[in-house]
Design a protein around this ligand. Structure first.
Ligand code: AMP
Ligand code: MG
Length: 484
């Protein structure tokens, strides 16, 4: 371990060479720290307080890699909007694997650290706005108790990146339990060497699912474990109204963490068809499509392991199909239990499902705000004012009260269950956009205020008011851009 607490034990580098290219970040002219995640640094065992500000910025700008790091860009492939493509880290570099004080193994990774052999003509760089967007949303997701990669630092590089216009260039340092994606498996399967995919299966099991190590059909156990983890993840997204926006197979982790925050956003008004990505013309990655897309991606994962499930092709396909079809039932069960928690229901009654769909249908018809409606229900009294002064809502509310009365548990338990599942505050898109604009113009206070507000999202706090209102019509953000 060195003086700043870096404690690397790099294993990815021992995979076959096809999986990565060793290379260093391209130095940047004048790195300057914009935001640093002190609590996260402490959690993972880092302490950079002994370094000067310049030295800290040089570290997180990629100009001074710590001892023990073995930087590499990962190779992977992926289906982007349904089309298969060769990809790889075009602007990311993994430093290595940090072993934390609690013994966890975590990737530290740069995003925006310069071109790699996988850049496909891109500049390998990132602009400040999108890197801060990833920082804000990933930290908000973590505070919402949703599995996610984390953000450790953002520095500006002292240069410009050119998109439609010149923008300040920046580098994000990201932490993840690994960067193994569905796309990594797709890449491995393409190598036409069964040993390569077998090696990746073994490595992934060792790193993420050691509990299946002794199973008879380990690739199948791995697939089932990932299916379960993804069903859990998507249920969380649906619970808080999160829309990932770009659920390509290269943006789906095997660990079950949310990864790659590009054109993502939280829904304000409840509408199952909500899409934010400016290039998702068909609504492939719309809010309500996310479970189906997750299953589609998991089918792509299953295909990569077919020869490992069984020697006989027909049997292997049957095994894969059965497992992937199982996603439907697993997701449905998790989703129902999530909705029960959002409405404070204990036990399972047949009438529950209609109670949920009727509320959601009503919200959709009334353009009700998804987050605020559920949070308003956590207040004991019947909510008043718009949109609640409405016959259909009052009838629904009476049915809900009758269902609550069938709980064996006291009302107080229902209310605390609801408060733990219905956030009081989310990073609303119009607020995020305001913060990014201020930050790009050099004013970092709005960013710090927003990050502070998002720290304890399930607590009711009067100072959160300004983050709770849905956007005024003129503030509404209809699209977010891929933000490269
Ligand atoms: P994403 O949609 O953000 O997951 O990115 C898809 C692919 O494009 C990944 O392989 C990225 O590494 C690559 N990429 C995105 N932006 C850039 C860039 N500015 N330069 C090089 N590669 C990029
Ligand atoms: Mg990606």
């Amino acid at each position: 371990m060195n003086s700043s607490g870096f404690n690397f034990d790099n294993t990815y580098i021992h995979l076959p060479k096809a999986f990565y290219t060793k290379l260093s970040p391209v130095p940047v002219p004048k790195p300057k720290m914009v935001i640093f995640n002190e609590p996260l640094a402490t959690d993972i065992g880092l302490d950079i307080s002994g370094k000067s500000l310049d030295a800290q910025a040089a570290l997180f700008g990629g100009n001074d890699m710590p001892k023990g790091s073995e930087p590499l860009a990962q190779a992977y492939a992926g289906h982007q909007y349904g089309r298969f493509t060769m990809l790889g880290d075009g602007r990311a570099i993994v430093w290595g694997e940090q072993i934390t004080p609690s013994g966890q193994r975590l990737d530290i990774q740069f995003k925006g650290s310069g071109p790699t052999p996988y850049s496909r003509g891109g500049d390998g760089r990132a602009a400040l706005g999108p890197m801060l967007r990833e920082y804000i949303i990933s930290e908000a997701m973590h505070a919402l108790n949703i599995p996610t990669t984390r953000s450790l630092a953002v520095v500006t590089n002292g240069d410009q990146v050119y998109r439609e216009t010149g923008l300040p260039g920046a580098t994000l340092t990201r932490i993840a339990s690994s960067h193994i994606r569905v796309g990594t498996f797709q890449y491995a399967a393409l190598q036409k060497d069964i040993k390569i995919i077998q090696t990746l299966v073994d490595y992934t099991i060792e790193r993420h699912y050691p509990e299946v190590k002794k199973d008879h059909n380990r690739p199948l156990s791995l697939l089932r474990a990932v299916i379960d983890k993804q069903a859990e993840l998507i249920t969380h997204w649906m619970r808080v109204g999160f829309i990932h926006g770009i659920m390509n197979t290269d943006n789906m982790t095997i660990s079950g963490e949310t990864i790659d925050y590009g054109p993502c956003a939280f829904m304000d008004i409840y509408d199952p068809g909500t899409v934010f990505s400016s290039i998702d013309h068909t609504g492939r990655y719309a809010y309500a499509n996310q479970p189906a897309i997750a299953q589609w991606n998991l089918a792509r994962l299953a295909e990569t392991m077919l020869p490992l499930f069984d020697d006989e092709t027909k049997k292997a396909t049957d095994i894969a199909e059965e497992a992937v079809n199982g996603f439907g039932a697993v997701y449905k069960e998790r989703s129902l239990s999530m909705l029960r928690a959002k409405l404070g229901l204990f036990g399972e009654l047949v009438e529950d499902e209609n109670l949920f769909t009727d509320l959601l249908d009503w919200m959709h018809r009334k353009n009700a705000d998804y987050t605020n409606t559920f949070r308003d229900l956590t207040k004991e009294a019947l909510p008043r004012g718009r949109p609640y002064d409405d016959k259909t809502f009052k009838e629904w509310h009476a049915r809900w009260q009758a269902r609550l009365a069938k709980n064996m548990e006291p009302l107080e338990l229902s209310l605390s269950l609801m408060r733990a599942n219905n956030p009081a505050v989310i990073p609303r898109n119009h607020k995020v956009e305001q913060v990014l604009e201020a930050s790009t113009n050099g004013d970092l206070q709005p960013l710090k205020d927003l990050l502070a507000a998002l720290q304890e999202p399930y607590k009711t706090r009067p100072d959160l008011n300004r983050y709770q209102s849905p956007p005024e019509p003129e503030e509404r953000v209809h699209q977010t851009f891929c933000g490269t």
